[in-house]
Design a protein around this ligand. Structure first.
Ligand SMILES: O=C(O)CCC(=O)C(=O)O
Ligand SMILES: [Fe+2]
Length: 343
């Protein structure tokens, strides 16, 4: 498989042609648009998010928060309590949730999925530290995380310019053609699950993203993030999900992101909001809600135990993190047994 990254092909000229958009999504597996979203609105959101990050101690004091210059030593990622403590402050921002409902994205998804479009209640932001590359989002399909319907669309967009070195998203060309969920195994990166890369074929596609650029694909497309190799910049991005409101949705997508790692209720999220309009907006639909399948998460955990037993440092790190997060959970007890053998 080629390790080089080729350019995503923009679909801007087809924006008003729903049939052509669907044809491209079918043949290429993704749609990429330059400036689909308004840079002015994204910059305002970036101001809100980076303000929270400065307060949370993630940014270098004395610098302009908009620059996103990370404070050395503040590195953390999904799975760490230090991460959720600050992330959940971002999660309380009304502007962050509103950005998942911007009409430019909804009207595009409507052309692909039909109306009414349901933006998933679980909005997601990624706040990725520089030179912390072991934790980069590994190669995966979103279905193992989001579940529900295959025809769930992810819209990935950086909140600020995102040149290659900042580690934007890359998709594997043609990987959507196999309409199947691939085997996933333990990984230290975000989501904790990775597809075996040696079995993949095809060209990775990414770009030097500019603010407003957006990448859309369905939940079987294989993708990963590129490592953030920048000297000192955080990568800030959104990956929100959308579907037709008549298709099934998994129950956990109705909950705040990462609330399983660190409790956070919608009431806490809504506490400082100015408007009621988006509070519990999904309840206006008669949704078909599916239970969450734990198959993949459990497989990943079993592999982490096994690898850690053999001394694998990534798996050991994963188990230590899990114990630190919630020492009394059943998984933590099992992890402790393996860790004790390695002490
Ligand atoms: O931004 C990332 O690192 C991961 C995003 C992702 O996997 C997604 O948008 O589905
Ligand atoms: Fe993903």
């Amino acid at each position: 498989m080629s390790r080089t990254v080729a350019e995503l092909r923009p679909a801007n000229e087809a924006l008003d042609d729903a049939e052509e958009l669907r044809r491209r999504l079918n043949t290429e597996g993704y749609l990429f648009f330059r400036r689909l979203q308004d840079p002015g609105k994204l910059l305002a959101l970036r101001r809100d998010i980076t303000g929270v990050l400065m307060q949370g101690g993630w940014l270098q004091p004395g610098t302009d928060p908009m620059e996103g210059i990370a404070r050395p030593g503040a590195q953390c990622t999904e799975g760490d309590l230090e991460y959720t403590e600050v992330y959940h402050q971002v999660y309380r921002l009304e502007s962050f949730h509103r950005s998942g409902h911007w009409p430019e994205v909804i009207s595009l998804i409507a052309k692909l999925a039909g109306e009414p479009v349901l933006p998933h209640p679980q909005k997601i932001a990624r706040l990725w530290f520089p030179k912390y590359t072991e934790h980069t989002t590994p190669t995966h399909q979103d279905f193992v995380h989001g579940q529900g319907s295959y025809d769930t669309y992810t819209c990935w967009a950086p909140v600020g310019d995102c040149p290659l070195e900042l580690g934007g998203l890359a998709v594997l060309a043609g990987s959507h053609r196999l309409r199947a969920i691939r085997d996933h195994h333990f990984s230290l990166g975000a989501g904790g699950l990775a597809v075996d890369e040696s079995r993949l074929e095809g060209q990775w596609l990414s770009t030097n993203y500019e603010i407003g650029d957006s990448l859309i694909f369905n939940s079987l497309m294989v993708h990963q993030a590129l490592p953030n190799l920048s000297e000192d910049r955080l990568r800030i991005s959104l990956d929100n999900r959308y579907q037709h409101a008549g298709l099934p949705i998994a129950e956990h997508m109705l909950q705040p992101h990462l609330q399983g790692l660190h409790p956070l209720s919608w009431e806490e999220v809504y506490a400082g909001w100015q408007s009621d309009e988006l509070k519990y907006y999904w309840k206006q639909h008669d949704l078909q809600i599916l239970p969450r399948l734990l198959t993949w998460a459990e497989q990943g955990f079993a592999q982490a135990l096994e690898l850690a037993g053999g001394g694998d440092t990534r798996a050991l790190h994963h188990l230590r993190r899990l114990v630190k997060r919630d020492p009394h959970s059943e998984q933590a007890q099992r992890a402790q047994t393996v860790l004790a053998a390695h002490a």
